[in-house]
Write a protein of this length. Sequence first.
Lengths: 120, 106
Amino acid sequence: QVQLQESGPGLVKPSETLSLICSVSGASISSYNWNWIRQPAGKGLEWIGRIYNTESTNYNPALKSRVTMSVDTSKNQFSLELTSVTAADTAVYYCAKSGSGSSFYPYWDWGQGTLVTVSS
Amino acid sequence: DIQMTQSPSTLSASVGDRVTITCRASQTISSWLAWYQQKPGKAPKLLIYKASILESGVPSRFSGSGFGTDFTLTINSLQPDDFATYYCQQYDSFVTFGQGTKVEIK
């Protein structure tokens, strides 16, 4: 059974960098696609990006200039960094697992989500 | 970018009703469409993928159809557990979600 768990600061100051980690159990981080999705309170889902084959990435064009994703195979974790945050980046951030390979896939497994608030 | 437009935004229905939600893509996405159910405070749950394939464990009252740009999610005989928000997702080119449809009690 695959389990994903997001972790990181719940409060980030404007203009600083948001950093989150997703810890994975039950699946190898070296396989599959690993994704980040966010959801502002009361709003819809926004795809942030994915990492696959441990180093290949695709990012939402609207966020691309500020996003970096990476994998730590020794810890079976993947991470998200979002720079120069503003209040508009306040959201619940989810990590999710999808299929393997370069195609895009639906998300069969999700973390529980973590709320990140951007405020001074 | 592929835009996904869901309708309606809100739907009021009663237990036992048949409910239909539509999702339209701004360009053809073949069958690369998924539907999710989300309840307050929870992560989305995959219901259907590749437009019409029911995910394991999902009740058979849920069904999906469509190809190209127009898709539907149908819930036959709505149950109390089905009151939630539903999202479509295209995964043909990158990933985009619809804005969601809230199914509420009439």
